[in-house]
Design a protein around this ligand. Structure first.
Ligand code: SF4
Length: 119
């Protein structure tokens, strides 16, 4: 697998982890993209890929005067740690972390270790 492919798999895994943790309420996709630091375009692609793999369910929702999607987990019994344990929540670099920046979730050792530990 190319390093780009590996990075994409890692970010998909993080996104899936967070959706799985969202429980019955699910999570608005825009909130998820903010958490993992991807653009809405990239995020939509991730959501579509996860839905095609039948790992999540997307539901249309009218929110803040526009149509968007809420993402729901499909596997509800997966033994995962709460998302509150994510290193991003307390990370000092959170506000400047994005896939397009030098500080990126795609090469963050802390995040990858957390995902591997919980997945
Ligand atoms: S640097 Fe790592 S831990 Fe910090 S916000 Fe980015 S992905 Fe999360």
């Amino acid at each position: 697998m190319t390093s780009g492919g590996r990075k994409r798999r890692n970010i998909e895994k993080v996104a899936l982890q967070i959706v799985n943790e969202s429980g019955d309420e699910g999570i608005l996709q825009s909130d998820l993209w903010k958490l993992i630091g991807v653009t809405s375009r990239e995020g939509s692609r991730i959501a579509i890929r996860l839905e095609k793999k039948k790992l999540i369910r997307r539901e249309r929702e009218y929110h803040s005067k526009r149509w968007t999607y809420r993402l729901h987990p499909i596997k509800k019994n997966h033994p995962l740690l709460p998302v509150i344990d994510s290193p991003c929540i307390i990370c000092a670099n959170n506000s400047k972390c994005s896939v397009e920046d030098v500080v990126s979730p795609l090469n963050c050792r802390k995040l990858i270790e957390w995902v591997l530990k919980t997945g």
